[in-house]
Ligand binder design. Structure first.
Ligand SMILES: Nc1ncnc2c1ncn2[C@@H]1O[C@H](COP(=O)(O)OP(=O)(O)OP(=O)(O)O)[C@@H](O)[C@H]1O
Length: 276
């Protein structure tokens, strides 16, 4: 009784157990090796296909008809999801310089403007380089949960406004965040693998110190703190996905490598998807 039921259910099902396949050069297969082909083999026995010497439209239509569904021109692959790219590295390594150049050479990216309570440096523009806010306003932003991440860096607050990320990812743009190394570690905890983390490294410690001296933005005391911190920060490289060396005079190369990383990420089969 049990066997009879089992055989009856196999007979009703789409599964077919076949000892061998039958092919003919100008015909579609009579018996399909897998159930997936069965629907068209069942409906369209012996539909002759034109030879490859026939005209293109005729071959096209014949294949369409044999598969029993029209071809369409819709993209087979969905467009890549917007990326969140975190660029970090020790003070003076060239985060701003790399981002400034990336901004010039690449479209489709929104560079998140960090909010900071520090004073403007000469040449910096409010709303472009940073949102310069008072300490009080910054504390209010923390209170209202408006920041994805924030930190007190060398006595000044810096933080990433959530609203910008939401607004621009919804428009399909990639997002670049520029944060210090501690901030990147915090973001890794918050975002996990849903974002890409790039560590910018100098070619040597000495190059980094020289760059900071040349920048002329530090006192010797703050310079000392930055360099000592940089030594510790290099140890956190393990929290990152990629490392890009920004060597002296090789800014272009560093930017190209960042672009290649972005391109590679866009070609991933399993896309990263961040929810902010
Ligand atoms: N590849 C490079 N070659 C030579 N100089 C560079 C290079 N990259 C950056 N610089 C210079 O090094 C100095 C430090 O760079 P930048 O201000 O971009 O560093 P940063 O990582 O943003 O620093 P901070 O975190 O302190 O703001 C700047 O004067 C910049 O012009």
């Amino acid at each position: 009784m049990l066997f009879r039921r089992l055989f009856a259910s196999i007979a009703r099902s789409d599964l077919q157990i076949t000892p061998r396949l039958v092919f003919h050069p100008n015909h579609i297969p009579l018996i399909s090796p897998t159930p997936i082909f069965r629907s068209y083999t069942r409906r369209r026995h012996y539909v002759p296909l034109p030879p490859m010497t026939a005209n293109k439209a005729e071959i096209y239509r014949a294949i369409e008809s044999a598969l029993n569904s029209p071809f369409n021109s819709d993209p087979l692959i969905a467009p890549p999801s917007p990326l969140i790219i975190v660029i970090s590295g020790p003070s003076g390594v060239g985060k701003d310089a790399v981002i400034k150049r990336l901004r010039e050479v690449r479209e489709g990216i929104h560079f998140v403007v960090t909010a900071t309570s520090r004073d403007k440096r000469p040449g910096e523009v409010d709303g472009k380089d940073y949102f310069f806010v008072t300490k009080e306003r910054f504390l209010e932003m923390i209170e209202r949960d408006e920041l994805l991440e924030y930190a007190l860096v060398y006595g000044d607050y810096k933080g990433v406004p959530k609203q910008q990320i939401r607004e621009f990812t919804s428009k399909g743009l990639d997002i670049v965040l520029r944060v210090d190394v501690q901030g990147a570690s915090t973001l890794r905890t918050i975002l996990g693998d849903s974002a890409i983390f790039i560590f910018l490294a100098p070619e040597s410690e000495s190059a980094l110190v020289n760059r900071l001296i040349d920048r002329k933005t530090e006192t010797t005391e703050t310079l000392l703190v930055r360099v000592a911190t940089a030594r510790e920060e290099v140890k956190l490289i393990k929290n990152f996905d990629y490392v890009v060396v920004n060597a002296d005079g090789k800014l272009e190369g560093a930017v190209k490598l960042v672009e290649s990383i972005i391109d590679g990420e866009k070609a991933r089969v399993r896309q990263r998807r961040a929810v902010i």
